[in-house]
Design a protein around this ligand. Structure first.
Ligand SMILES: *Cc1c(COP(=O)(O)O)cnc(C)c1O
Length: 416
């Protein structure tokens, strides 16, 4: 593959067309174009408006509970040092968790939802729509819609509605309408198609609250900017707590919002190694994984050009992961660009490895991580024993695992 020339900064994208190199853009129906341009204009004003920033900051503090802590995971560090010693290496890097699991609604998703609901308000929109897979983004959207008094429709694949009943009920309690989508395999990709269709039909009054750093420009940029609070905080906290930058930072990649949120403020710190973790599912040989950057090809889906899981005819595949939040056949376009430019490494972690990391973290830290986050932890478990003791790794703990206990019980052959 041809590597694009190394830019001076990795933090300047996208360009005015919404491109990150050859990725991104806005491949949408003509009827959507005025909406997207309107959104872009409001976003460009909002991001430079002190009043907008102040309102978001107050909500982040008093409603969502920010800043989230940067926590030294002493139990996990000790465990990995024991492994390192047993291998005769005598190392074991220090592990820190960025605690997005402590946020209101239990994950990083609230950061983006608070930002976008303020944008909707600014645009004078009266109705919120969202797509959801596992239901985490649906719950976060329904939450901010309730807080701001907007009606909210959440599109969710019919298969997912069956699989994620507690979240469906939560959304209903919060006042949202959940619309099951029966097309395709009834999963996230189909829900996103349906939400885009709704948006085209209800252009006047509707705001589409996208849940990850994907979709047509300017969504990948604005979601990244709302999530960058993670990396901005983590960078400052690390400087304060350790007096230096970390050696490695790791995050799980579904659509890529928690990962780009952690990564972006570190992209120009050349000494920091950055690793994104894709869902390796049951292995990259077959089709039961969601590793679009390790096993996919560039194509166009949901309004942008990016790495996608597709068959020889360009049909989008569904993919598989133990974790519903990583179960998206594409990835945000900025990640595709960071992959090709070589700044960020992307590695797969298998279902079994994530499950083991889930159980380990629960036992040695007393923290039940989301299965998505467990993928990132699993990679730290792999590399930390081979690193020296004075090295530092930050893992993004993107969410809490309460939502996953049924899946885990199933995998362990137990019944709750
Ligand atoms: C949704 C979700 C993810 C994956 O989404 P990204 O946009 O890739 O961050 C990861 N972790 C948790 C806890 C989630 O809820």
């Amino acid at each position: 593959m041809n590597k694009p020339a190394m830019p001076n900064s990795f933090r300047t994208g996208p360009d005015e067309q919404g491109m990150f190199g050859i990725f991104g853009g806005r491949f949408v129906a003509e009827t959507l174009m005025p909406l997207i341009l309107d959104l872009e204009q409001h976003w460009n004003h909002a991001k430079n408006d002190p009043a907008f920033k102040a309102e978001l900051s107050a909500l982040s503090t008093f409603y969502a509970g920010r800043p989230s802590k940067l926590y030294f995971a002493e139990g996990l560090t000790r465990h990995l040092r024991d492994i390192s010693a047993a291998k005769g290496l005598g190392g074991g890097a220090k592990i820190y968790f960025k605690r997005e699991d402590l946020n209101h609604t239990g994950s990083h998703k609230i950061n983006n939802c608070l930002g976008q609901i303020l944008l909707a308000k600014r645009m004078g929109k009266k109705r919120i729509i969202a797509e959801t897979g596992a239901g985490q983004h649906g719950v976060a959207s329904a939450t901010v819609a309730a807080r701001f008094g907007y009606p909210c429709v959440v599109y969710m694949g019919a298969t997912d509605v069956e699989r994620q009943k507690p979240n469906v009920f939560r959304m209903k309690l919060l006042g949202a309408e959940v619309r099951p989508v029966h097309s395709g395999h009834g999963t996230l990709k189909d829900a996103m198609n349906e939400a885009l269709r709704d948006w085209v039909t209800n252009v006047e009054d509707t705001y589409y609250l996208i849940g990850t750093a994907a979709g047509p420009h300017p969504y990948p940029e604005l979601v990244r900017d709302f999530q960058s609070v993670i990396g901005t905080e983590a960078r400052a906290q690390m400087l304060e707590q350790e007096g230096r930058l970390p050696d490695v930072i790791i995050a799980a990649v579904g659509g890529g919002s928690n990962a780009i949120g952690l990564f972006h403020p570190f992209l120009d710190d050349k000494e920091v190694r950055i690793i994104g973790i894709e869902a390796g599912g049951r292995g990259l040989d077959g089709v039961e994984h969601c590793a679009s950057m390790n096993a996919g090809r560039p194509g166009v889906l949901h309004g942008n050009r990016t790495y996608l899981l597709q068959n020889e005819d360009g049909q989008i595949l569904d993919g598989h992961s133990i974790s519903a939040g990583l179960d998206y056949p594409g990835v945000g376009p900025e990640h595709s660009w960071l992959r090709d430019s070589g700044r960020v490494e992307y590695e797969p972690i298998l279902d079994d490895e994530a499950l083991a990391a889930f159980q380990l973290t629960t036992k040695v830290e007393g923290i039940i991580p989301a299965l998505e986050s467990a993928h990132a932890i699993a990679h730290a478990v792999k590399i930390a024993p081979n690193m020296a003791k004075d090295k530092i790794v930050i893992v993004n703990l993107s969410g809490r695992g309460d939502k996953d206990v049924h899946t885990v019980a199933n995998m362990m052959g137990m019944e709750i």
